[in-house]
Structures are given as structure tokens and as C-alpha cells.
Design a binder for this molecule. Structure first.
Ligand code: TXA
Ligand code: MG
Length: 339
């Protein structure tokens, strides 16, 4: 299959809308990362997403909408908590897990009785949904296990020949996937951290939000994941990544002792030139948003350079940095060394 990459204009949006209505796949930018869209009601269309990504069939997809009226049929009910969060953070990088409605294909939800829904703020998503009338399921546009792509060339690198169209809307602003919060249990629970922080969710809800422990630690042996995506290897570049916890002086000293050919540093802005190994910088030390924006591109750059061993500076684990830490420990297969 030939994969077209088109700039955003009336014709490319119309083509994307037609492909979606016909049950085909379209890759497109959102404010978080690039996604692969298919009609969430059409099980045969959604199956193509799992094939294109090599994604395990038991990992459910998020349904994307562009207005509250579209929730009808997609979710079975809109609880008060969902109304509060939608008023505060939609459109935006927040996914809510709610009781599934009858119109969503079971393939989209991997057979669960819940559905993840989000209303993205990216204008291309909104235009495509309006032009097609299709609420679409869309996972990140990477091959399963790789870092999510945040621009069209990285999307093409993973999806060339696997789908007919990539809409090129430039770089994604946020850079990590949406925050996922479950509203189906007794208490709201954070399943995946993102740009909308735990503190922001609690402020809008006016109550505490539980944090699924799988966010910052490995799932225990035999444990059932509340969010199936948590159990899979994720975001991994080809190199063996280790996170080093400690200050910059200790980090530099460690690298002086461990510099080998093929060893790279993944460090904060302004630090690379002071290190004894080549380095990629992934944002400012105390600025989670800038780290989120850079992290996945930085991981992909390490692959392009042929890095074999990577030592990463450790981000904080609060605010937006919780999302960065959550992705980086998975990229590092949970290898964290305290200096
Ligand atoms: O920012 C995003 O959310 C991007 C863009 C494209 O919108 N999409 C994305 O989708 O990150 P994906 O498939 O890569 O991640 C979806 C995550 C997975 O961890 C999945 O397990 C979880 O959301 N999820 C989806 N539906 C769920 C459900 N019903 N219950 C629990 N977790 C769910
Ligand atoms: Mg993903």
C-alpha cells in the first residue's frame, strides 16, 4: 500500500473524512501525539489499527469526539464527575474511562464494558471529525512498543506501507499521550499521567483521585492491569536505557567512570556539553512540560544515532513530570539506579 503524506488543506481533510467513512485508516496529529484513526463503530475498520501497529488485541483504544452531544451512544451515561472534568479540561489532553455505550464496536474496547473517550483540542482532529461525522478510535501512531511519534516524519517511519494517508500538521505541542482517568469505580483513579496533572484533576473534581500504583512501579507478578496498556513494554528505543537518580555532579562522575563507545547521555538542557559522552537533551530540569514535549523525539533520535547504552537524568515525579517519569521508566524497563 502506498502511504501519502499530505499538508493540511480542504482537500486533504476531505480525503481523510472519506477514508474514515469507508472504513480505512488515517494517521493525523493531535495536541498530544500523532494517532491512527478508524471509525470507532466499525469493528472491521478498527481491526486494521491493531494490524498496522502490531498491537495486542486486548489493549482498548480511546474514542475521539468533537462535542459533548457526540457522547450519546458512545457512553452509557455521563456521570457528574465527567461533567466537571469536561467543563474544566475539554477540549484537551484528557481521556475519561466511562461505561460503554451501544454504538462503540467491542473491538474498540477490547471487549471491556467501559470506553475511554477524549475531546482533543487540535484543530485538525476537530475538522476531520466534523467533515466525516465519525467519532474515531485512535491509538498513538507508533509500532507497538516504540515511542509515540510527535511529528509526521516519525509517523511515516513506523507506518509507511501500513495505511493510506498521513496528515502532516507539524509537531505536537504536548508530546506525551493524554492523561487517562477512570470514573467507573467508587473513586476516580488516575490510570495514565499526562499534561493534565493529578493536582488539576483533584482541583476540578473537588475530591482526591487515587493513583494506580502501576504508574510509577512495575505491575506485580500475575496482577490484572486496570488499564491493559500498562502491562506492555512501551516507549523503548533500541538502546538499553538506565535512569540515574541523583544530582548533575554525581551523574557526570558516573558517566566519566562508564563512558564506552556507543554510550549516550539523555540529559537536561545545557548539560550535554559538560559530559564525556555524546548527549541528547530532553528539556529543562524543573520544567515537566518542556521534557514532555521533547522526550519521545529524543528517544527516537538516540536510535537514529545508533546509541547502544543510554544513561538518563531522572525527572521529578510530580506535576507534568509524573507523565515524563512514567514513560521514561518504561523506556528503561524499570532500571533506575540511585547515585
Ligand atoms: O493522547 C492520546 O491519548 C493519544 C492520541 C492519539 O489521542 N492516544 C493514545 O492511545 O495514547 P493509546 O491507544 O496509545 O493509549 C490508550 C491507553 C492505553 O493504555 C489503554 O490501555 C487505555 O488508554 N485505555 C483505553 N480504553 C480503556 C478502558 N476502557 N479502560 C482502561 N484503560 C483504557
Ligand atoms: Mg500508545
Amino acid at each position: 500500500m502506498e502511504t501519502k503524506v499530505l499538508p493540511i488543506n480542504e482537500e486533504s481533510i476531505a480525503l481523510a473524512a472519506r477514508l474514515l467513512r469507508e472504513g480505512e485508516l488515517v494517521a493525523l496529529p493531535t495536541e498530544t501525539v500523532y494517532g491512527i484513526a478508524a471509525d470507532a463503530r466499525n469493528g472491521e475498520a478498527v481491526k486494521k489499527i491493531f494490524l498496522a501497529k502490531g498491537r495486542p488485541q486486548d489493549n482498548p483504544l480511546i474514542v475521539h469526539i468533537c462535542g459533548m452531544e457526540m457522547l450519546h451512544g458512545i457512553v452509557a451515561e455521563v456521570p457528574e464527575r465527567a461533567k466537571k472534568l469536561a467543563a474544566a479540561y475539554w477540549p484537551g489532553p484528557l481521556t475519561m474511562v466511562l461505561p460503554k455505550g451501544p454504538e462503540v464496536s467491542p473491538v474498540t474496547c477490547a471487549g471491556l464494558d467501559t470506553v475511554g473517550v477524549r475531546m482533543p483540542s487540535h484543530p485538525v482532529v476537530q475538522q476531520v471529525i466534523r467533515a466525516s461525522g465519525v467519532a474515531f478510535a485512535a491509538p498513538s501512531a507508533n509500532l507497538s512498543g516504540k515511542p509515540s511519534p510527535t511529528n509526521a516524519p516519525d509517523t511515516l517511519a513506523d507506518m509507511d506501507g501500513r495505511l493510506p494517508l498521513i496528515l502532516d500538521g507539524g509537531e505536537c505541542a504536548v508530546g506525551v499521550e493524554s492523561t487517562v482517568v477512570s470514573l467507573v469505580g467508587e473513586h476516580p483513579t488516575l490510570l495514565r499521567p499526562g499534561y493534565i496533572t493529578l493536582e488539576q484533576l483533584e482541583a476540578a473534581l473537588g475530591e482526591p483521585v487515587e493513583v494506580s500504583h502501576a504508574i510509577l512501579e512495575k505491575l506485580r507478578e500475575g496482577e490484572v492491569a486496570r488499564s491493559p496498556g500498562m502491562k506492555y513494554k512501551h516507549y523503548a528505543p533500541k538502546a538499553a536505557v538506565t535512569i540515574l537518580k541523583g544530582d548533575f555532579a554525581a551523574y557526570r562522575a558516573f558517566l566519566q567512570d562508564h563512558a564506552q563507545p556507543g554510550t549516550w547521555a539523555l540529559c537536561f538542557d545545557g548539560e550535554g556539553a559538560q559530559l564525556p559522552v555524546p548527549a541528547i537533551e530532553y528539556g529543562a530540569e524543573n520544567d515537566g512540560a518542556s521534557q514532555a514535549h521533547r522526550l519521545f523525539t529524543a528517544l527516537r533520535e538516540l536510535d537514529k544515532h545508533g546509541a547502544q547504552v543510554v544513561y538518563a537524568r531522572c525527572p521529578r515525579s510530580d506535576g507534568v513530570s509524573m507523565a515524563v517519569y512514567n514513560r521514561l521508566i518504561r523506556a528503561a524497563a524499570f532500571r533506575v539506579v540511585t547515585l
